[in-house]
Design a protein around this ligand. Sequence first.
Ligand code: ATP
Ligand code: MG
Length: 339
Amino acid sequence: MNTHTFKALDPTVRDAFIKMNFIGESALFLRSLCQIEKAAKHDVAALLLGETGTGKELAARAIHYMGSRASHPFIPVNCGALPEDIFENELFGHAQGAYTDAKKSQSGLVAQAQGGTLFLDEIDALSLKSQVALLRFLQDHQFKPLGAQGYEDANVRLIAATNADLAALSVSGEFREDLYYRLNIMQITMPSLRERVDDLPLLADHLIRRFCVEYGEDERFLSVQCYTWMRQYSWPGNVRELENFLLRGFLESEGPSIIVPPPRQWEEANQQINISGMNWDTDYNEAKSLIIGAFEKSYLMHVLLKADGNVTRAARLAGKERRSLGKLIKKHGLREGEE
Ligand SMILES: Nc1ncnc2c1ncn2[C@@H]1O[C@H](COP(=O)(O)OP(=O)(O)OP(=O)(O)O)[C@@H](O)[C@H]1O
Ligand SMILES: [Mg+2]
């Protein structure tokens, strides 16, 4: 939508985004910035969606620091690191003597975030029991430390983030539907880097300038030839992956021009599927099976890369049965013994 341009944003808001290192001018990215700005203005629960490394935490911080709670704490919580048995203790704290080791009372993250924002990252990782506790808190704006007599009031904004399909998980029953609706008041999706490859030069410039400052080096730049593969690559780890690639190139290249080679797996997959380099002097069926084989291998590599090598997740992304994807993986020798 072309109304989502930087011009549609107030200049002070635009400056605030730049100060917070939000780099990008592509339409999808600007649409997210407009949504972030809106979420900053309205003090309600927000849900941030997007693949890993797309800037969800950056967005959560922006919503907090551009909003009315900015002078109060922003407390990030990684739900994936909070097992069910300590969730309530971490969030709500405990009273003295609440359990054997509770020698002193201790406040939880909700109390620490009082007046500010609690950022619940990887919200999909919460067990159903922890989801119930969170839902109760969201409904009542009150909480009871473990072993305490009474409830305490909380004035805390919740922002949740996930790279999972929370709507699908709520349909399948893995995530409580009522909690999903409570969190999903304002929904913001951070676009993948693949969807905004036009931002690559801006992002690369920004990151390399940062490295120059950090490592005390003079002006350096990314060699333009790198954009050829960078524009075609799928970037499963998004901006974080770009950051890592550029840093490696920055440290390994000599001279002002930085060369970043593509990942080896990607290069191999692309050589496989190079149609123009194919031998066409063969019969139709053989040509067809060659190209399909090449497609299968490239596709599998992409989806495995995106799923961090997890076959079950790769099968889900590909919309295929795990078993049949496993067979294909074995056929192409991508993983030993995969069925
Ligand atoms: N638009 C952007 N401009 C500049 N840097 C960005 C942008 N988006 C993300 N980054 C950088 O990429 C890295 C990853 O961002 P962040 O941690 O916010 O991602 P995330 O979506 O929370 O990832 P995960 O799901 O893995 O937790 C950070 O170093 C962040 O500063
Ligand atoms: Mg994150």
